[in-house]
Design a protein around this ligand. Structure first.
Ligand code: TRP
Ligand code: SF4
Length: 400
């Protein structure tokens, strides 16, 4: 059975924090058991905005990878790699640039938004305009089916789908497509071939979407098909040419409810984070000095948890019993704030304990991390090279 592939990338921003863990990494860790997953460091994307101060990229990348591993991303399950170590991404980006209308790039909302937000930078560059196209290349080069991202990235995935569709439309018609598609139908075996034909007719003549879905399922289960034939049959269903690039779907990552130490969203730029591998003393100190309900000045004042960032932590970390204890104790001044913070401190430390343990192995022997990445890059490159062969051929660059 053809397994759907998941791919996602993260720009190297240095040490990750608990917001990343609850927002992104827990999701990756769940997905790695369900699909073949590819996770990579988008270091070229970092350069699109930080081209004038590139110093920290490499260190940030290694730190971030150790954080992934510490959080439980499992290199025996998922493929971990670094974008710039798979130069095929750049080749696909270049080739796709030939057929990408400028207007499509200018209309991607992050283009103007980021320029307005990062006013201290000159982002009227060729590279920054191409940010979504580089991202499209990252995704399309692996024929990824699903891309887990947050809300802010949805327009980039939409854009990627449009690029794939345009590419298949322009380059998907190989010479003799109809004949090759018909030969591929025969290879399904007579029973499946008959069903495929029926479903195709129902979709093409009556536009029945569920016939299309059933046909997709049928092709997913057909084990013996070569990649080329499978793609031909997908293309043939919808009447077009061969589907060379795959349109990916968004797997929307729910916005992390992880608050920062001050009650705003946890974010490096607000300086309100607890890093994934923060040492225990620092965690204790940060939580002990956290703001509480501003109305609760003295120990004898009653408080309101809904006005207190500590309560937000209880929502994430505490059992119902503890939450009840906080609600009652705070509102009646039955407990003090230091007392109230203690279970939060313990829960955060407990969550971090296995992360410290896993990270220690890699800190003791950094070569392990290098090997994981070397293996991942090699695997990724093989997949990328397969797609590039088809892309080059489709674009008339087959010199073999
Ligand atoms: N733009 C993404 C972000 O800022 C990072 C990224 C680059 C990415 N390439 C990707 C995410 C491909 C998913 C798939 O978060
Ligand atoms: Fe916040 Fe807890 Fe203090 Fe109430 S008792 S103000 S919830 S820290």
């Amino acid at each position: 059975m053809y397994a759907e592939k998941v791919l996602s990338g993260m720009r190297p921003t240095g040490r990750l924090h608990l917001g990343h863990h609850h927002g992104v990494l827990k999701n990756w860790i769940k997905l790695q058991h369900e699909y073949p997953c590819l996770f990579f460091v988008a270091d070229w994307h970092a350069l699109t905005t930080d081209y004038d101060e590139p110093g920290g990229i490499v260190d940030s990348a290694w730190d971030m990878i150790v954080d992934w591993l510490a959080a439980g991303v499992d290199p025996t399950q998922a493929t971990l790699f670094i974008q710039s170590r798979v130069p095929e991404h750049a080749e696909l980006h270049l080739l796709l640039s030939m057929m990408t209308p400028l207007g499509w790039l200018e209309r991607v909302p992050t283009y103007k938004d980021q320029q307005e937000k990062l006013t201290h930078k000159d982002l009227t560059t060729y590279g920054f305009l191409g940010y979504p196209l580089l991202q499209a290349a990252d995704i399309l080069i692996y024929r990824a089916d699903k891309v887990p991202v947050g809300e802010d990235q949805v327009p980039h995935i939409e854009f990627t789908r449009e690029i794939a569709r345009r590419f298949n439309h322009i380059y998907g018609r190989e010479p003799g497509f109809e004949d090759k598609a018909k030969a591929a139908v025969k290879k399904l075996g007579s029973k499946r071939a008959k069903l495929y034909q029926e479903l195709r007719t129902r979709f093409q003549e009556k536009g029945e979407e569920d016939a299309l879905e059933q046909a997709h399922a049928l092709l997913d289960e057909a084990q013996s098909l070569s990649h080329g034939d499978r793609e031909r049959l997908f293309g043939f269903l919808e009447g077009g040419g061969k589907m060379i690039l795959v349109e990916p779907a968004v797997l929307l990552t729910e916005a992390a409810r992880m608050p920062g130490l001050d009650g705003q969203k946890m974010s490096k730029s607000y300086g309100n984070t607890i890093t994934l591998r923060e040492d225990a003393d620092s965690v204790r100190k940060k939580i002990r000095t956290m703001q509480t309900d501003p109305q609760r000045v003295r120990r004898t004042d009653v408080g309101d948890p809904t006005k207190c960032p500590v309560w937000q932590f209880h929502v994430i970390y505490s059992s119902d019993t503890v939450k009840q204890w906080v609600q009652t104790g705070c509102r009646s001044a039955g407990i003090g704030c230091i007392e109230c913070k203690q279970p939060v401190i313990e829960a955060v430390l407990k969550e971090q304990e296995p992360m410290h343990e896993r990270a220690q192995v890699y800190l003791d022997d950094p070569q392990l991390v290098r090997n994981i990445i070397a293996d991942g890059c090699e695997k990724a490159r093989k997949l990328a090279q397969e797609t590039m062969r088809d892309v080059r051929e489709a674009m008339g660059l087959d010199y073999s």
